[in-house]
Design a binder for this molecule. Sequence first.
Ligand SMILES: *[C@@H]1O[C@H](CO)[C@@H](O)[C@H](O)[C@H]1NC(C)=O
Ligand SMILES: *[C@@H]1O[C@H](CO)[C@@H](O)[C@H](O)[C@H]1NC(C)=O
Ligand SMILES: *[C@@H]1O[C@H](CO)[C@@H](O)[C@H](O)[C@H]1NC(C)=O
Ligand SMILES: *[C@@H]1O[C@H](CO)[C@@H](O)[C@H](O)[C@H]1NC(C)=O
Ligand SMILES: *[C@@H]1O[C@H](CO)[C@@H](O)[C@H](O)[C@H]1NC(C)=O
Ligand SMILES: *[C@@H]1O[C@H](CO)[C@@H](O)[C@H](O)[C@H]1NC(C)=O
Ligand SMILES: *[C@@H]1O[C@H](CO)[C@@H](O)[C@H](O)[C@H]1NC(C)=O
Ligand SMILES: *[C@@H]1O[C@H](CO)[C@@H](O)[C@H](O)[C@H]1NC(C)=O
Ligand SMILES: *[C@@H]1O[C@H](CO)[C@@H](O)[C@H](O)[C@H]1NC(C)=O
Ligand SMILES: *[C@@H]1O[C@H](CO)[C@@H](O)[C@H](O)[C@H]1NC(C)=O
Ligand SMILES: *[C@@H]1O[C@H](CO)[C@@H](O)[C@H](O)[C@H]1NC(C)=O
Ligand SMILES: *[C@@H]1O[C@H](CO)[C@@H](O)[C@H](O)[C@H]1NC(C)=O
Length: 761
Amino acid sequence: MRWQFLAASFLVRDVLSASLPNTPTTNTTEPCGLITSQALEFLNGNLSTSNFFYFDARLGISCLESSTINSDLAVSFIAELSKYVEFQSTLSYLKDPPSDYQYPPVDILGGLSDISTKAAAGGFSGQYAFDQALAQLLTSAHDGHFASRLCTAISVFFARPVDFISLSVDGVQLPLVYTLEDADAMTDNFTVSNIVAINGQNVTAVIESEALFVVSDPDAAYNSMFWSTATAPINGNFTGGLTLPQVNFNLGPYTNLTFANGTHKSYLNQAFIVPNRWSENIVDGESFTNELCVGPAQSTAASGAVPTSSATVTPNPTSAVPSTTASTVPNQPTILGHPETPVVKDLNNAVAGYFLNGTEYNDTAVLFVASFESQGDGNPADFAATFSNATQDFFAAVKAANKTKLVIDLSGNLGGNTLLPNDLFRRLFPTIEPYGGARYRIPTAANIFGQSFGALPQASVDPLSTDNATAAALKLGFEIAPWNYRSSLTTDLKNLTGWSEFFPPNVVNGDNFTVNVRAPTNNTYFDESTDAIVPFRPADQQEDLQPFSVENIVILTDGTCASACTIFAEFMTRQAGVKTILVGGRPRNAPAQAIGGTKGSEVYSLAQLADISQSLLILGLVPDSLLDLANETFPGLVNLPLGSPSDLDSYTLNLRDNIPVGDDSQTPLQFVFEPADCRIFYTADTASQPHKLWEYAADVAWKGKKCAWGGVKTPPVSSSNGTGSGSSGQQQITTNDASRGSNAFPTVMASIVFAIITQVV
Ligand SMILES: *[C@@H]1O[C@H](CO)[C@@H](O)[C@H](O)[C@H]1NC(C)=O
Ligand SMILES: *[C@@H]1O[C@H](CO)[C@@H](O)[C@H](O)[C@H]1NC(C)=O
Ligand SMILES: *[C@@H]1O[C@H](CO)[C@@H](O)[C@H](O)[C@H]1NC(C)=O
Ligand SMILES: *[C@@H]1O[C@H](CO)[C@@H](O)[C@H](O)[C@H]1NC(C)=O
Ligand SMILES: *[C@@H]1O[C@H](CO)[C@@H](O)[C@H](O)[C@H]1NC(C)=O
Ligand SMILES: *[C@@H]1O[C@H](CO)[C@@H](O)[C@H](O)[C@H]1NC(C)=O
Ligand SMILES: *[C@@H]1O[C@H](CO)[C@@H](O)[C@H](O)[C@H]1NC(C)=O
Ligand SMILES: *[C@@H]1O[C@H](CO)[C@@H](O)[C@H](O)[C@H]1NC(C)=O
Ligand SMILES: *[C@@H]1O[C@H](CO)[C@@H](O)[C@H](O)[C@H]1NC(C)=O
Ligand SMILES: *[C@@H]1O[C@H](CO)[C@@H](O)[C@H](O)[C@H]1NC(C)=O
Ligand SMILES: *[C@@H]1O[C@H](CO)[C@@H](O)[C@H](O)[C@H]1NC(C)=O
Ligand SMILES: *[C@@H]1O[C@H](CO)[C@@H](O)[C@H](O)[C@H]1NC(C)=O
């Protein structure tokens, strides 16, 4: 058996059979109450566990469908949510996308207004129907940075007790869908049959339609529906979206499979809850809504607590369930799903380097960048340095071993620290300065933010050696606030002179944006405080430091590359000219993107936005003439009226567009179709053993192996061909998912800020 992880993939099924409840002894007929009594019975009265409790999917659906809705709260929820959504950078492009955009247009603000109108008219039968409408709208933005945690979607989850995989016989012929069990039998030379239909519907059509809820491009979304080794380092398991949907929609009671040989198999679908997120008080649909959708927000509002900025925004905010992650296993010798022995691996399991075995590959090294965020349990403060050191050590080992070729595997990489892409790129191409142009959407509230920060005296942001820790943190909060003109540089790396230069405004696609800017990454204070690392920055002309020539590097992805990963990939492809290989995607011989996750360059949580709004008002920094408008438009002056505040920390949006150099149309990269140079499909071998996939990529890149579409024929690209050269400063966007937000000034420090401001004015 080559599927080393098969046992892990069957986890869901095993747990299911063990925990499916027997006949309930309670006499309630309310489905939500039945879930509670069955869970209490099964767990001996103790709901304080985060292990999943499974039951029949039909009970889960009935419970959700019995949820009640408070239409007034629903209407005010949409009104408040819309104030935040104004900051989503891509609204006008979603409404009116360029012709090569792969999804239908969607009017997000208009859609919110329609849902509100319907709710006001009592048009939703319950919270579930309301949340379904909202989820449908928000996921249709297909932006992993634009994430919600709607209460019904994080209360009852659904699963199919079978794993699926999409395999081609040779990597070139179109793939077919199999159960994982059959894929395993296939590698042992048993004859197996592919799936042709799910519940009587064409299998491809079913998968593509469920993939519409996935926040990436259609081919990356298709991949994410299947069992995969690529997602294992981040998720801690191999489960795909067909088995475990990320958005809570009605799977129906059964998953009935029809195989090509005519055989049918029927699986009973499962629902599950995380007991410590549930409550004993849930006895019916009304108490469900009160406990999980309304209650927590009300109680916090009543206590007067103000949401503080979230410490961390995960790069995969759609992950609904707490996972049994790899991070619980300290410093493993290998990365989960990747049993190959690394030459170098960081202790956080984010990056590892390998040498391929066999004489035909003895010149080839592999750098697997699972994530730009820690997946292990090293000290978070050291994460960036540990990552950077690991890549440095690996390139030294590469040199010592005379390896000349490099496969960079970005499969499953959803981003993280955003100076690390800069650091890694610079180690590979010491003479090319990363560009990283970007801009913000500026709705009315953001314009007031910008004017308020613009009016701050310089001394209130300049750090002094005599500042105490609190004062230093506050000044930093000012300094790096996105709407402070001091936190950005012009595209030719000059300081901006004020808000009016930052926001003239720049009207593009009928919408208001800032001018394109770059982050001051040549500023040590900025680098260290935003991302805890000063990126590697060789002196000019150190070409001898370059470990591989450009034609000897190839990037391999499963399409899901998102956020900071796309920043790295864009530097590599657009600035250095490195070629890409996409593995998997929809079964068609057509171009598809290697970089298919969100290409937005900064995620921001609603909690962070609320912090800015509240702080500016509390500190009296909003000019008097704008106060009325501020009170009307600022998001976060009241708590969102539905849902738990701790869940609301996980609501995020894309604040910043990545605008490539030289694009006069200023189209955000999210809306630019960038086909991979080559597409291949997974085979039974390459899907189960990463080193087989790496060898395949090396064969395509350097031995002329065929692609299913396109091909890699790397022309030599002069490494000094990069953009933005001629300036000594090293530049790059900071999209940091993790640390930037933690520096947004918490309102608890308001009085201290006040002291600083009054001191210096
Ligand atoms: C069944 O319901 C009745 C009244 O609704 C209640 O008195 C009784 O205690 C319940 N029995 C159980 C086993 O919960
Ligand atoms: C499967 O068949 C191929 C070709 O006949 C053979 O090379 C391979 O060793 C077989 N694998 C197993 C596990 O029997
Ligand atoms: C048809 O294919 C399925 C899936 O590989 C397999 O489980 C089943 O045994 C096959 N049926 C027959 C009659 O061969
Ligand atoms: C399913 O639909 C796709 C296109 O939508 C088609 O190419 C394929 O042949 C269909 N598969 C089956 C088993 O009918
Ligand atoms: C699925 O199979 C179950 C059990 O065999 C059957 O009751 C149900 O009608 C089937 N559903 C569909 C859509 O085929
Ligand atoms: C697999 O990981 C995902 C993402 O973390 C999580 O949502 C899911 O619950 C996990 N599945 C299992 C079976 O643990
Ligand atoms: C190379 O072979 C060694 C020894 O068998 C093994 O531990 C390692 O995982 C292999 N590396 C790769 C990349 O396949
Ligand atoms: C790879 O193997 C060949 C043949 O054994 C040998 O000539 C060559 O030096 C090796 N290259 C490296 C980098 O080890
Ligand atoms: C990284 O390497 C430098 C230089 O070798 C060393 O001083 C530093 O402690 C290392 N940092 C970590 C977190 O390993
Ligand atoms: C690398 O190449 C150098 C110079 O050709 C040679 O001396 C050295 O032995 C080689 N190292 C390995 C590990 O093959
Ligand atoms: C730009 O602003 C920074 C930070 O305020 C300052 O240190 C630097 O001297 C300024 N550069 C120029 C050219 O004015
Ligand atoms: C830190 O400095 C600020 C401004 O000077 C002052 O208001 C505050 O009391 C100081 N905090 C501490 C803990 O010393």
